[in-house]
Design a protein. Structure first.
Length: 80
């Protein structure tokens, strides 16, 4: 991933966007610190549609008996 200073990105924004469309995102830096990333809209859409971990678990193809029964015995008492 290419790093580019904010001032240079402003001066060549069209080229930065063209690179992102070609699959070459750019990290925009200010005073040497990464501040933003320019990537293509298609790549942003792909990344923003990542399902949550809970959704992945809920969609798992489980069969009856795949998950063991929960142990419901009471917890032991501990003197502190």
């Amino acid at each position: 991933m290419r790093e580019i200073q904010l001032s240079d990105a402003k001066a060549s924004l069209s080229a930065v966007v063209d690179n992102a469309i070609r699959g070459e995102p750019s990290v925009i830096t200010r005073h040497g610190k990464p501040e933003a990333v320019v990537l293509s809209f298609d790549e942003w859409q792909r990344l923003s549609k990542v399902p949550s971990f809970a959704r992945l678990l809920m969609s798992a193809p489980l069969e009856p008996g795949d998950i063991p029964e929960r142990n419901n015995t009471p917890l032991r008492n501990i003197d502190l």
